[in-house]
Write a protein that binds this ligand. Structure first.
Ligand code: GAP
Length: 542
């Protein structure tokens, strides 16, 4: 898997462009091109369909403790500022940054690493932003340069540590920053809140400050009562929402992996406290399987339980679905989705005010005047069970995924270079994007073999019949082998070709992108066949 090749394909074939590229781009912002927008829509639609609209609330799905309901919401990006004060984002949603006085560059404290090295009586920490083997190379190169040595003198350097994070270093006067030539140019780490600020209305004072949401989840919590009162859902049930979120990341990086504007797909699942562990297990496994079912290989995907030190102060358990992205060092994984057991933290925060942990209890945080530091809504967000006549605050399981990270993982997984016979039967290199048919931007391409003998007319009729059902592409230009290659490269799973046999018996060939198998069907049957192949109800013939 070669990240440069994937990035180049995304640009060349219109999956992803840098935002505002003609003005030099804007770091951390990405635009989806004509094919990228289809891929991302398909991911969102697969998630919405699989989690919400196709969910049958009358039966318990495999592994679920009981039947449950699922509904959706679409909330605003800008919400009442108190939402973020009570949720904890206003006080706590920050990263630490360090600035380099020499290069004027800014780094995330925990994303700089380096090695201690000495030469004679000088001991320094050589820092880099790179990872894996590239980090080792960069550190060696910088150390040689700093001490004025040539590569052949590398053995005179005494390495005192493996690659460690800058967070382990106390004395910054010994640090050679990633883009600096002199020592001690980094400022001490400073907190940086990741929420983007804006102003509501014409005045731009502190009172009118609002935030672009850094997650979609809070819209669900503050509408919990509205959903209960306006529908007939009963616990256990889930509320799903997908949409844009914004984080002013200090160092956006790795293509779209860490962006400043991105899309989330989140579920808040409300259940009784005593069954919450079982629901946590259910969602943890279900969400992992979703990625497998859509084509991510188990070899590159893992479900990692957080250890106690990683858990947020309110979380009773969290697991991440992680993918071995090709831009990471071997053995490293990047988060696709987190599944968190959040207890009653969120609903209580919006009732009572911002909570903090005191021993093993969550209590309202008080300000210097002894009053709640951030006052809650005062609304009763508890649930009344009319069968057991009990009133309680539901516990929450939160599967929270990123649509852009999912798109990136599917692109990375799908990208392959193999060999396939060209139109003369000669094996030639082929770039193929093995996207699951549900996710592929174009489901089928329709070709007349040649632009004569009535073939284009038949192909256009097939195209017209398919067009209302799914996204299809018509192409009559160039050699048919080249047309296949262009579709393989963008992940089109099926190609339909009208040839001379079509003129005599009304059949066309269907070619499968992955196996390269070709078989014939009646041209009238194309709509049913393509829909069946996409949904998996029709199998590719043996
Ligand atoms: N409500 C919980 C929450 O927001 P999170 O782990 O911060 O949890 C959930 O975010 C998911 O959102 C991540 O697993 C990731 O897929 C996506 N995500 C978070 N920050 C992102 C960023 N800067 N760029 C792209 N995706 C991001």
């Amino acid at each position: 898997m070669n990240m440069d090749a994937i990035v180049s394909l995304c640009r060349r074939r219109g999956f992803l462009f840098q935002s505002s590229e003609i003005y030099g781009g804007l770091n951390g912002f990405w635009d989806y091109g004509p094919l990228g927008v289809e891929l991302k829509r398909n991911i969102r639609e697969a998630w919405w369909r699989d989690m919400v609209t196709s969910h049958n609330e009358l039966v318990a799905p495999p592994g679920a403790p009981s039947p449950f309901a699922m509904v959706g919401l679409d909330c605003t990006i800008i919400m009442h500022p108190q939402v973020w004060k009570c949720s904890g984002h206003y006080d706590l949603f920050h990263d630490y940054m360090v600035d380099c006085r020499e290069s004027k560059r800014r780094y995330r404290h925990d994303q700089v690493q380096g090695r201690w090295v000495s030469k004679e009586d000088r001991r320094i920490f050589v820092a880099t932003e790179l990872v894996g083997a590239e980090a080792e190379e960069d550190i060696l190169h910088k150390a040689l340069k700093f001490f004025g040595l040539r590569a052949k003198d590398a053995e005179s350097l005494c390495w005192e540590s493996p690659v460690v994070c800058l967070t382990t270093v106390d004395d910054f006067s010994r640090v050679l920053a990633p883009d600096a030539k002199t020592l001690g140019t980094l400022t001490p780490p400073r907190e940086f809140n990741l929420m983007f600020k804006t102003y509501v209305g014409a005045l731009s004072g502190e009172e009118n400050t609002a935030f672009l949401r850094p997650e979609t989840a809070q819209g669900i919590f503050v509408n919990f009562k509205n959903v209960l009162d306006s529908t007939r859902v009963k616990i256990p049930f889930g509320i799903a929402q997908l949409g844009k979120s914004f984080r002013n990341e200090i160092t956006p990086r790795n293509f779209t992996f860490r962006s400043r504007e991105f899309e989330q797909m989140e579920i808040e699942f409300f259940c009784r406290p005593e069954s919450s562990r079982l629901w946590y297990e259910y969602w943890r496994n279900r969400r992992y399987q979703w990625y497998v079912d859509l084509g991510l290989s188990r070899e590159r995907l893992r479900l990692r339980d957080h250890d106690a030190s990683e858990l947020s102060h309110y979380s009773c358990g969290t697991a991440d679905v992680e993918y071995a992205f090709p831009f990471l060092a071997p053995g490293d994984f990047g988060e696709l989705e987190g599944i968190a057991h959040r207890g009653d933290f969120d609903l209580r925060s919006h009732m009572e005010g911002k909570l903090v942990r005191q021993g093993d209890r969550l209590v309202v945080e008080l300000g210097p005047n002894g009053q709640p530091k951030h006052r809650g809504s005062g609304r009763d967000l508890s649930y009344f069970d009319d069968e057991t006549r009990e009133k309680f605050i539901p516990h929450v399981i939160e599967p929270s995924a990123g649509a852009d990270r999912a798109a990136l993982a599917f692109l990375c997984e799908g990208y392959q270079e193999d060999e396939a016979p060209d139109e003369h039967g000669k094996p030639t290199k082929r770039v193929v994007l093995r996207l699951h048919p549900r996710l592929a931007p174009i489901k089928a391409a329709v070709f007349p073999l040649v632009k004569k003998d009535g073939m284009p007319e038949i192909a256009r009729d097939i195209y017209a019949a398919l067009k209302p059902l799914c996204n299809v592409f018509y192409d009559e230009k160039g050699a048919v082998g080249r047309r296949y290659r262009r579709q393989d490269e963008i992940g089109t799973p099926f190609c339909i070709t009208v040839d001379s046999q079509t003129l005599s018996d009304g059949t066309v060939t269907i070619r499968d992108r992955d196996t390269l198998k070709q078989w014939r069907i009646r041209s009238d049957d194309c709509p049913a066949a393509i829909l069946g192949l996409i949904s998996g109800t029709t199998q590719i013939p043996e």
